[in-house]
Design a protein around this ligand. Structure first.
Ligand code: PEP
Length: 244
């Protein structure tokens, strides 16, 4: 729906053992990415190295679901950007609503993570989105503007993708309507332009093979961040095909 190349990205969340990743790759075939669409996978940390090996030469981009905001050192249990680069990652998801609400990640922490990610050549996929209560009380745009404000003062041409994910649509089987998506993406693009980041904006929230074509056809939608439906190679590939 624009001149930017679409991105269909699969966020596996906390799912996937080595055997399941191998089964996924067997079903994925050797040429899963059509020319017009970029395809990316974000498996859990433990699968990055083996997935990177299996994805070699397939034209599929690898990403991680989180990163720490320090370069290295005494931070037991954390993963730094260089480890992600070393494991073959280009993307890192930041600010996913599950991390904001369950782990309590703040906009300030998300900004620190973006800075460290950029320093080491990763492209953040910054997730933003309102809760149902926020939408119903009419503060959606206020919330989105606050979440996008982490970009203030950021290097203007830093690599970036934004994902608009209404919290009430994530993992619920409920998607935003085409009208809501179109309206909200227009606002997000406006804010991004104001902040000096004319970047790609994905939609996320219960995207599946049945609704992908309509959602990807909305003006201002330049791809999808897919959770549940990315765990099976066939449904994920059907979403990729629907986006072409
Ligand atoms: C997500 O994890 O970003 C997501 C959109 O999940 P789902 O597709 O399962 O709603």
């Amino acid at each position: 729906s624009s001149d930017k190349r679409l991105l269909i990205a699969g966020n596996w969340k906390m799912n996937g053992l080595l055997q399941e990743a191998n089964d996924f790759m067997d079903a994925f075939g050797s040429n899963p990415a059509p020319e017009q669409v970029e395809v990316a996978l974000m498996p859990p940390f433990t699968l990055l190295h083996p997935m990177s090996d299996r994805l070699a030469g397939m034209g599929v981009t690898l990403g991680a679901q989180n990163v720490y905001y320090e370069d290295k050192g005494a931070f037991t249990g954390s993963i730094c950007p260089m480890m992600l680069r070393d494991a073959g990652c280009h993307y890192v998801i930041l600010g996913h609503s599950e991390r904001r609400s369950i782990i309590g990640e703040s906009n300030a922490q998300i900004r620190s993570k973006m800075n460290t990610a950029w320093l080491h050549g990763l492209e953040p996929i910054l997730c933003i989105g309102e809760t149902l209560e926020q939408r119903e009380t009419g503060v959606t745009n206020v919330v989105l503007a606050e979440q996008l404000a982490v970009l203030k003062g950021a290097p203007k041409n830093a690599p970036l993708t934004v994902a608009y994910e209404p919290v009430w649509a994530i993992g619920t089987g409920r998607t935003a309507s085409a009208e809501q998506v179109t309206e909200t993406h227009a606002f997000v693009h406006e804010e991004l332009t104001r902040l000096g980041h004319d970047c790609r904006v994905l939609y996320g929230g219960s995207v599946n093979p049945g609704n992908a074509e309509e959602l990807m056809g909305c003006p201002g939608v330049e791809g999808a961040l897919v959770g549940g439906a990315s765990l099976k190679a066939d449904s994920f590939m059907d979403i990729v095909k629907a986006a072409v």
